[in-house]
Design a binder for this molecule. Structure first.
Ligand code: HDD
Length: 488
């Protein structure tokens, strides 16, 4: 009668169930008896099947795989999983759209989440990035407002281009990412045909305690491909799970998608003088200044067995570092260090790290105890405080943070540079004529329903400053004049 062999139906307390097709009733017509504990348990558990969806990045698809080091980068970082060519580390990835709800269509114009969890020998390292190297804003304090504009209008409960373009036009630091988003990269053909980026600048520390600034680029071996708007719109109606299905099928068929991981490395001192603030997440570093260095290869070779257990309960955090990798002062990253684990405590629970998908293969050893849904032995009878005289777990010298200097006055201030135009313009000028056409179409199509001309004109000025042709073409598409002061 063991329930391990899966032959016998049981209640959640393990007792065998006698009848799972008919409620227990008084006579054949009922009423139903409250004594039917199997029925009560079944209905009650069903009512609790949903956990809150992620407030952003709700719709996603995940896969397991491995990461293999292909190039020795140990002179830049002591991170254990990168310390030997050929070393393989198991990993899990979750791809997602940002703004839509859990059941929303895959083929919408939106950045794509690219969240990677490396199960290293010294704890989980999470790289929670997007398929774009930059972001719309550069200070976490603006994130809830920004996301409100991407979600639904409080009254109509509709997506509303008014609030989107109002916010963007009043937050010109978004221009670079807005250009990225409305170009081909905003509508990937599949999840396999896009690159991934760590987005922020991170700190790498080597064995000697030397420090480097680093940016991560995952380059797709499948190539980068986009969908046309009309095809994407059609797919959104016919198969809203198109990307999810494509990823699952590719892996199921043994057609394993792979990415090469590269880094850009900036010497510590360069950050003081580089032409762009290297901690401003709305900017990229030129590849001429900091060429890409190969690190390894990520291969996705196993589908999840259970979507809820592995994908829905996956909990990534930009604060999950391992020795050799640390935070940078990027203000967005700093806010994210708090936000993610806080989201998981609310969404999944205080003990979310104990779930199989989140559990480090290296094990955990600390003095945290108790809490809802503690699923392990809770430390058994071992000592639960420190310092102690009972051989409890000890700190590791090599895990100490690399000390760094901080200077300046505490204040709420902006980044130094208000140049939001050069890099956005460079991106525009890099695009082929065809892609420029598609970009202008996408921007014009998205801006057309905006009711206030004031918002449209304010945004056109930004496009114009990035590149006069860009501004003029959007203005023409909207049937508006380029504001006079921009006609240099
Ligand atoms: Fe975020 C989820 C990526 C800024 C707050 N974010 C989330 C996911 C990705 C990103 C890929 C989904 C993870 C998964 O698959 O489970 N987010 C980014 C990037 C950002 C960024 C690349 C900027 C460069 N995010 C950002 C900021 C905040 C958040 C500034 C808040 C201060 N993000 C969240 C969150 C989410 C999240 C609310 C929703 C649910 C979750 O974390 O697990 O905490």
């Amino acid at each position: 009668m063991s329930n391990k062999n899966n032959k016998h139906l049981t209640t959640s307390s393990g007792a065998p169930v006698g009848d799972n097709q008919h409620s227990l009733t008084a006579g054949s017509r009922g009423p139903t008896l409250i004594q039917d504990v199997n029925l009560l348990e079944k209905l009650a558990h069903f009512n609790r099947e949903r956990i809150p969806e992620r407030v952003v990045h709700a719709k996603g698809a995940g896969a397991h795989g491995y990461f293999e080091v292909t190039n020795d980068v140990s002179k830049y970082t002591k991170a254990n999983f990168l310390n030997e060519v050929g070393k393989k580390t198991p990993m899990f990835i979750r791809f997602s759209t940002v703004a839509g709800e859990l059941g929303s269509a895959d083929t919408v114009r939106d950045p794509r989440g690219f969240a990677v969890k490396f199960y290293t020998e010294v704890g989980n390292y999470d790289l929670v990035g997007n398929n774009t190297p930059i972001f719309f804003i550069r200070d976490a304090i603006k994130f809830p407002d920004f996301i409100h504009t991407q979600k639904r209008d409080p009254r109509t409960h509709l997506k509303d281009p008014n609030m989107v373009w109002d916010f963007w036009s009043l937050s010109p630091e978004s221009l670079h990412q807005v250009t990225y988003l409305h170009g081909d990269r905003g509508l990937p053909a599949t999840l396999r045909h896009m690159n991934g980026y760590g987005s922020h600048t991170f700190k790498w520390v080597n064995e000697k305690g030397e420090v480097f600034w680093v940016k991560y680029h995952f380059i797709s071996e499948q190539g980068v491909k986009a969908l046309d708007d009309p095809v994407a719109n059609k797919l959104a109606g016919e198969n809203p799970d198109y990307h999810t299905e494509d990823l699952f099928n590719a892996i199921e068929e043994g057609n394993y998608p792979a990415w090469r991981l590269y880094v850009q490395i900036m010497p510590y001192e360069d950050a003081k003088t580089y032409k762009w603030d290297p901690f401003d997440v709305t900017k990229v570093w030129s590849k001429d200044d900091y060429p890409r260095i190969e690190v390894g290869r990520m291969v996705l070779n196993r589908n999840p067995e259970n979507y809820f257990a592995e994908v829905e309960q996956a909990a990534f955090s930009p604060g999950h570092f391992v020795p050799g990798i640390e935070a940078s002062p990027d203000k967005m990253l700093q806010g994210r260090l708090f936000a993610y684990s806080d989201a998981h405590r609310y969404r999944v629970g205080a003990n979310h790290e104990q779930l199989p998908i989140n559990r480090p293969i290296s094990g955990t050893n600390n003095y945290q105890r108790d809490g809802y849904m503690r699923a392990d032995d809770n430390g058994g009878g071992s000592v639960n405080y420190e310092p102690n005289s009972y051989d409890g777990p000890k700190e590791s010298e090599e895990a100490r943070i690399n000390p760094f200097e901080v200077t300046g006055q505490a204040d709420s201030v902006n980044y130094d540079s208000e140049d939001h135009y050069t890099q956005a313009g460079d991106l525009y000028r890099l695009m082929s004529d065809d892609e420029k056409d598609r970009l202008i179409n996408a921007v014009v199509g998205h801006m057309k329903p905006v009711k206030k001309d004031e918002i449209k004109l304010r945004q056109i000025k930004h496009f114009y400053k990035a590149d006069p042709e860009y501004g003029r073409r959007v203005a023409e598409g909207l049937g508006l004049e380029v504001p006079e002061e921009q006609e240099v």
